[in-house]
Structure formats: structure tokens, C-alpha cells
Design a binder for this molecule. Structure first.
Ligand code: PLP
Length: 388
């Protein structure tokens, strides 16, 4: 059975050219970048080359790129680092209710240590209202953190509009762009952000490498102390193969991003249309157009997300559900609840995320398999029977 992978938002396969670029840095060029002899300096040079590539992709200066161990670390760094460096100014953070756990759990941690956090609501399509940001800012506000695009429902936030507001108010602005870098054009100056997080494994790079973009002049304390790497902003021996891999992934993204996002938008919209028109009691979650080119999130009434997910898996199709399946409590997704999807429907949701190797045939096959599974599961559904 051929596998159909439709969970590119969870992680992407590492591109073969990325693997090729990384391999010599495990073996031939294994030197520690802090060593002054040439073997070490070769590693150092490779890191700096990758830094230039990443900076170029997002319109930043090279020295504003800090390599981290993940997107989660970049998010933690942005929030904790800003709070610790700006205690004299205030202790208030503004974020949204539908951020990734890397942001929400960090906010919770900071709240337990005296910070005040405002969690802005979003509308039924997942959008933050920039006016709400403006109204929430107080003299104690030090940071606004709003994600660029949501990882579950794909909604793309009005970051540039929010950027104007934070700039006027003199408040730092961070965006979690883990789902957008390498997929949508990004320029940190046009967005008006002071900090931006990204993660290599979401753009066909390796796992365990991220970046925090930090605008020159932004006050931030380090999260990890030790050596002098990354200009003393993030200690520890650099993950040289990983960073080289990110650089290679960025080069591929620069070349392929525009055509790829157009191709995926067509596949996405065709799939959404076929599901909404071809299957009863289905609805799209998130914004119909302001959404990631590769994201389809739908609720399918009277069937449980986990059952659909496992049945699809048996047919070789990998997708995500609207519940945190890893948690014992099977909590419905905070994002779906945040956009007003009723609890039962949140449990009946599936996320399909498409990518570089997704074909039209795969999407047609997925539709057919899904359709069969839904018919089978609905025939057994006590929920549907009680409705009839
Ligand atoms: N932020 C968003 C929006 C994400 O989708 C993810 C990963 O799913 C992360 C942060 C965490 O990134 P990483 O897996 O590199 O820690």
C-alpha cells in the first residue's frame, strides 16, 4: 500500500538535496565552529553562509538571525527573554487564544511568576482584530505575540496592521511564523515585527533547528547560558549539519515557494469544494481565503476524529485530528474551541496539510477513501441515529 502523507504541518520530509548538503558536516567537516584551526573555521563558515541565506529569505540583516534548537525554543526565547530584559518597563504581554502551545504554555509559566497576560479572542474564522490589540495595550505592556498563520486552521493574521499599532505604542512585537516561513513571502520590515520564530522541519529541513529573528536594538536576555556562541545570545556548540540543512532548505524555498503555493492552493480548494459539496454535514474551519495554501480543516458531523484518523491510517493516509490525541483526556483543540466550533464538532474534525509531494491523484484517492470511511462510521454512529 502506497502511503499518502497529508500532515505536512506536523512535519515535512527532509528534502533529498537538504540531506545531501548536510551529510559532509557529520563526517568530513565535523569541526567545532569555535575551534580556531581550519577544520573548525570551515564549520563556522558554513554556519555564516546559512545565516546569510535565512536573513535573505525574510529581509533581515545577518546579525539579526539567532539559530536555536527548535521553533519552540525560539518562541520561549522571545517571550521569556523579553520579559526578563524589560522588567523595569512592565510585565504585560498580549497574545491570542489560538497560539501554538509553545506560546501559550510559556505565557502560563510567566503568569505563574507575576506576568499579566491578555489572551485576545479571535473571530469565527480565526482572525485577531487589530483594534483589540490596540485597546489591550497599557503602559505596562512590553510585548505583543501573535502568530503569522495558525497551524491547525491555517488562518493568516493581519500581522502588518498589528505591527503598525505596536510600533506606534512603542511595544515589542513577536510573531510565530513557523507555519509560514518558506511557504509565503515574508519581510520582517513590511510585517513590522521585532522578533520572528521559524523552524527548519516545517520547510523540508531537518528537525531540531530553529531561528529567532531579533531586530537590532531589541532588548532580550538569553535563555541558554554557557559559551559565547551566537554572539553570546544562545550558548552551546552549534548544530552545524542542522543549520547547513536549514540553509539548503531556504535556498529551495526561495526558488520554489511561489509556484508551489499556487499549485497547492488549487489542490486545496478543489479538495475543500469536493468535501463540502459531496459529503453531508461537513463544514470548513478557518478562513476561506486568508489561509495557508496547504491547509484543509474540516468538521465532519456524527463521526469521531480519532476513528476517522485511524481508519484513514489503515488505508495509508496520514492526517491530524482536532483533538490532542496524545493527551489522555482527549481535550478538543483549543484553536477550534477558540473560533467557536462546538465541542462535539471539534472532536469530529480533521486537518489535511498538503506539501511538495502531494499530487492531484492522491487528493482524489483521499476523497474516495474518506467518503467510504465516513459512510461506514456514520452507519454505526449513535449520534446520527439519535438525530434522525
Ligand atoms: N509554532 C507553530 C505555529 C508550530 O506549528 C510549531 C510546530 O508544530 C511550533 C511552533 C513548534 O516548532 P518545533 O516543532 O520546531 O518546536
Amino acid at each position: 500500500m502506497k502511503r499518502i502523507y497529508l500532515d505536512y504541518a506536523a512535519t515535512t520530509p527532509t528534502h533529498p538535496d537538504v540531506v545531501k548538503a548536510m551529510l559532509p558536516y557529520f563526517t568530513e567537516f565535523f569541526g567545532n565552529p569555535s575551534s580556531i584551526y581550519s577544520l573548525g573555521q570551515q564549520s563556522k563558515g558554513a554556519i555564516e553562509e546559512a545565516r546569510v541565506k535565512v536573513a535573505g529569505l525574510i529581509g533581515a540583516r545577518d546579525e539579526e538571525i539567532i539559530f536555536t534548537g527548535s521553533g519552540t525554543e525560539a518562541d520561549n526565547f522571545a517571550l521569556k527573554g523579553t520579559v526578563w530584559a524589560n522588567e523595569a518597563k512592565g510585565n504585560h504581554i498580549i497574545t491570542s487564544r489560538i497560539e501554538h502551545h509553545a506560546i501559550l504554555e510559556t505565557c502560563k509559566f510567566l503568569e505563574n511568576r507575576g506576568c499579566k497576560v491578555t489572551y485576545l479572542p479571535v473571530d469565527s474564522q480565526g482572525l485577531v482584530n487589530p483594534d483589540d490589540v490596540k485597546k489591550a495595550i497599557t503602559p505596562k505592556t512590553i510585548l505583543v505575540s501573535i502568530m503569522h498563520a495558525n497551524n491547525e486552521v491555517g488562518t493568516i493574521q493581519p500581522i502588518a496592521e498589528i505591527g503598525k499599532i505596536t510600533k506606534e505604542a512603542g511595544v515589542y512585537f513577536h510573531t510565530d511564523a513557523v507555519q509560514t516561513v518558506g511557504h509565503l513571502p515574508i519581510n520582517v520590515n513590511e510585517l513590522g515585527v521585532d522578533m520572528l520564530s521559524l523552524s527548519a522541519h516545517k520547510l523540508y529541513g531537518p528537525k531540531g533547528v530553529g531561528v529567532l529573528y531579533l531586530r537590532k536594538g531589541t532588548r532580550l536576555l538569553p535563555l541558554i547560558h554557557g559559551g559565547e556562541q551566537e554572539h553570546r545570545r544562545r550558548a552551546s556548540t552549534e548544530n552545524v549539519p542542522g543549520i547547513v540543512g536549514l540553509g539548503a532548505a531556504v535556498e529551495i524555498a526561495k526558488k520554489e515557494m511561489t509556484a508551489e503555493s499556487e499549485r497547492l492552493t488549487v489542490l486545496r480548494d478543489k479538495f475543500i469544494k469536493s468535501v463540502l459539496e459531496g459529503m453531508d454535514h461537513t463544514r470548513l474551519n478557518g478562513h476561506p481565503t486568508r489561509r495557508l495554501p496547504n491547509n484543509v480543516n474540516i468538521s465532519i458531523e456524527f463521526v469521531e476524529g480519532e476513528s476517522m484518523c485511524l481508519n484513514l491510517d489503515m488505508e495509508g493516509v496520514c492526517v491530524s485530528t482536532g483533538s490532542a490525541c496524545s493527551s489522555a483526556s482527549l481535550e478538543p483543540s483549543h484553536v477550534l474551541i477558540g473560533i467557536g466550533v462546538p465541542q462535539e464538532l471539534a472532536h469530529s474534525s480533521l486537518r489535511f496539510t498538503l506539501g511538495k509531494w502531494t499530487t492531484e491523484e492522491e487528493m482524489t484517492q483521499t476523497y474516495e477513501v474518506l467518503s467510504k470511511i465516513i459512510t461506514k462510521l456514520r452507519a454505526m454512529s449513535p449520534l446520527l441515529k439519535s438525530k434522525r
